[in-house]
Design a protein around this ligand. Structure first.
Ligand SMILES: Cc1cc2nc3c(=O)[nH]c(=O)nc-3n(C[C@H](O)[C@H](O)[C@H](O)COP(=O)(O)O)c2cc1C
Length: 480
């Protein structure tokens, strides 16, 4: 059975030695964040803070801060499975004859099992209140120069104002007062797009901020799921079981029944205020930028909720592991559109949008550049600043192998492309403008004559079989 909620996740992590409880009193103002950072920088466990100063609610952090914890939470070890399930669906032809229909039934029923399921109540509806306030929730201040308290692992639910397709995105939320906050949905993200469409209609957009839920729902909120695919369905595909949903009380949205807390409200695209500074994924404080306000209209919560949070800063912190799982799970989707791609890696030190290495099975001249252009046109990969494309004999996860390929197979003048005035990640501290900057691509594949390389390709050094076998056979005699 897949893990249904944060309470089940905690007990699974604990059984596997991946969680520690802290009973000493801790302050949500800076202290918890520093403990979580130190924990991540030393490969420590998930931490459940049971005695939070001024609050009667425990705080869970670093819950997804290792590959093992993600394997437990998502109940799989090969994360490419997730992408494969999506690509398999796109390959499923619609059965025509009755015989075909019968043959396809098991596949179809597997798919319907992943659809969200409406319920009339659930754990999150145990307590509901329209007299809502952010007070009483142990929201953290993470860094000394942060503008205040921020919800950092809130899943923001919205609906596309025209198609009705549901979205979930993790966007940080800066608390302004008891009932107001700022919604940091960046320009390129789906939540921001929904907000803009509502603005065009002169409307405010209903939004819910969800704390907790199934680990797969949390993962789905962060994943760059293809446009048009309901993120709850993506979560259901990930866990092979549909997400149970309940209706919000004050807005027209459905949210996971197994969540810990749901803040209901709306975002007013006309009420724009200064957001930040905030100590960010890049390791820098993102400066003040204008973002729209969220107004709280109601709260649903369990009787015993756990506040789930995360802390970001200079990599490598918890988000690095979530990013690795996204990288693995999207490989089959990338390969569906760019079949020559063998593997890719987005090293966490490059905060995911900064740098990626892609290996390809090259068949024709200029193919590395074709792959770069394709990926720069694909979803959130369009925000990646630098791509290095290598041949399939290079291990993209070994930075030394990558540097060897760049320095032996690329000539800077011939093999580097720079494209100016392209969309960049909002957080990029180096881009000349917020959201606009340049891309760099390095073609580190072996060049051919057709690509203007008129020298003989030098032979790779490789030991001969005779010497190899001799040394293999005598290896233990050498006393090494
Ligand atoms: C801990 C964490 C915090 C994040 N904070 C933000 C944020 O404040 N704003 C934002 O636009 N994206 C943020 N993201 C990235 C988005 O969640 C991610 O890009 C997601 O795919 C957005 O989904 P969407 O485009 O479908 O809405 C954050 C990711 C993580 C892991």
């Amino acid at each position: 059975m897949p893990i249904d909620d944060i309470h089940e996740l905690i007990s699974e992590l604990e059984k596997n030695g991946e969680l520690k409880r802290v009973k000493t009193e801790v302050d949500p103002d800076l202290e918890i964040a520093e403990i979580l950072r130190r924990g991540m920088y030393s490969n420590g466990p998930a931490i459940l803070f049971e005695n939070v100063k001024g609050f009667d609610m425990p705080v869970l952090g670093n819950a997804f801060g290792s590959m093992k914890r993600l394997e437990i939470g998502l109940e799989m070890t090969d994360f490419t499975e997730i992408g494969k399930r999506i690509t398999d669906m796109t390959k499923m032809d619609i059965p025509s004859g009755i015989l075909n229909k019968i043959k396809k039934l098991p596949e179809l029923s597997k798919m319907t099992a992943s659809f969200p399921k409406s319920e009339t109540s659930g754990p999150v509806t145990e307590i509901t209140s329209s007299n809502a306030t952010f007070e009483g929730i142990p929201i953290l201040k993470s860094w000394p120069n942060d503008a205040g308290k921020f919800i950092t692992l809130g899943l923001v639910a919205t609906k596309h104002p025209e198609t009705g397709v549901r979205n979930l995105g993790v966007y940080r939320i800066q608390i302004l007062d008891k009932t107001h906050a700022l919604m940091h949905w960046q320009k390129h993200k789906r939540g921001a797009h929904h907000g803009e469409l509502s603005k065009e209609k002169g409307e405010k957009i209903p939004a819910a901020i969800i704390i907790g839920g199934e680990p797969a729902t949390i993962f789905s909120s962060i994943a760059p799921v293809p446009e048009g695919l309901d993120k709850y369905l993506f979560a259901g595909i990930t866990r092979k079981e549909g997400i149970k949903m309940v209706k919000c009380k004050t807005i027209d949205l459905e949210v996971p029944a197994n969540a810990e807390i749901v803040f209901e409200g709306y975002v007013d695209p006309e009420d724009i205020r200064d957001e930040g500074p905030f100590g960010d994924h890049t390791g820098y404080y993102t400066p003040v930028e204008p973002y729209p306000t969220f107004t709280l209209t109601g709260i649903m919560r369990r009787k015993d909720p756990i506040y789930v949070t995360t802390v970001v800063g200079k990599p490598i912190l918890e988000d690095a592991y979530i990013g690795k799982v996204i990288e693995r799970s999207f490989l089959p989707l990338i390969q569906m559109l760019q079949p020559e791609v063998v593997d890719y890696s987005m090293p966490p030190a490059g905060w995911f949008q900064g740098f990626a290495v892609i290996s390809i099975k090259k068949r024709y001249p200029g193919q590395a550049k074709k792959v770069m252009m394709g990926l720069w046109g694909m979803g959130q990969l369009s925000l990646t600043k630098m791509f290095v494309v290598v041949d399939d004999d290079i291990n993209v996860h070994d930075i030394n192998d990558v540097i060897w390929a760049i320095t032996t197979r690329a000539d800077p003048a011939r093999d580097t492309i720079i494209i100016n005035n392209t969309p960049t990640d909002t957080l990029d501290p180096a881009s000349p403008l917020v959201n606009l900057g340049s891309k760099m691509g390095i073609d580190a594949t072996q060049k051919t004559k057709e690509e203007g390389y008129n020298r003989e390709i030098q032979q790779l050094v490789k030991v001969d079989d005779k010497t190899k076998n001799l040394v293999d056979a005598k290896w233990s005699d050498y006393g090494l």
